[in-house]
Design a protein around this ligand. Sequence first.
Ligand SMILES: *Cc1c(COP(=O)(O)O)cnc(C)c1O
Length: 367
Amino acid sequence: MIPIARPQMGAEEKELVWSALESGSLAQGARVRELEERFAAFTGVPHGVATSSGTTALHLALLGYGIGEGDEVITVPYTFIASATSILYTGARPAFVDVDERTFNIDPDLVEAAITPRTRAIMPVSLYGQVADMPAIAAIAERHGLAVIEDAAQSHGAAIGERRSGTWGAGCFSFYPTKNMTTGEGGMITTADGELAERLRLLREHGMKVRYHHDTLGYNFRMTDIHASIGLAQLTKLPGYNERRRAIAARYDADLRGVITPYVAPGHVHVYHQYTIRVAQRDAFADRLRERGVGSGIYYPIPVHHQKPFVALGYGDQRFPITDRLTEQVLSIPVHPSLTDAEVDIVVEAVNATADELGHLAVEVPT
Ligand SMILES: *Cc1c(COP(=O)(O)O)cnc(C)c1O
């Protein structure tokens, strides 16, 4: 079976982890600082604040902007649940808006209508490795005095032109094993805002600048030097990983038939955290692929507003037609950098044969 994800750990990771263990610096120390500096430089901003996960990065960014009880944050229901639960953790409420059918990302045209006197921030998600329309979102945020928090958990190195994901407002990355680079568990907030970065560091570590003097209610959202060591090796490999993902995607774009392949907005550099196609009879399609030795993934089978914690809060009756349609049609096929050319051939043949069996998808996608 060709798996949907296959993290690659090599001699460089082992060497760095081993030297961290031998140094005795296990919790947040020099390796975390080095990863912060290098990841911020890679992204193109002056500040990086490492965290224990992508989820704590989102939570911390919201806290850093002072978001809490009584506030609203605009985001999408077509995402991993952490985008929205991080908002709940602060006491604020997500206000959902639907996505654009082509890009799978927040539809900027729907955002202004969702702004209320309680709105404090907009949290677009750069899903599957394509940056959300951040210039449009940043312009709306600027007009209304709102913070911008990009959920960049899937978009390490993605860009619009030369400008990378994570350079608008606060960018929140995840280093979970299936992401474009990993630390095991881990996350990072990138920002050009030095005052924000300082607040984030304070809140990340028990509200403490001077040891055991606590200035505010803080948290323990730290990364360890052990995890950062894995990340340093991975970050060196990230550009090569992303190039391999893009090359595999180009092959799929050229050779897949009878399915809707991913749309790349003009000027965007897509890094294909997922290569997500739209197919007829999706669940049967996934079964047939498995019979042909190809693993696949559904991201996500249930939109956030239909997940139980959100139904319990009264979100269940809200309607997001594009999210609903995509939820029934999307299927992600293997695109990870460790795929061999022979495996890519197998995926192409399996997808095309399955589309011929189950019917081609003919959806009118607006252009
Ligand atoms: C992975 C992911 C997260 C959460 O990151 P963790 O590191 O798993 O906590 C948040 N949002 C999106 C869109 C993700 O894909």
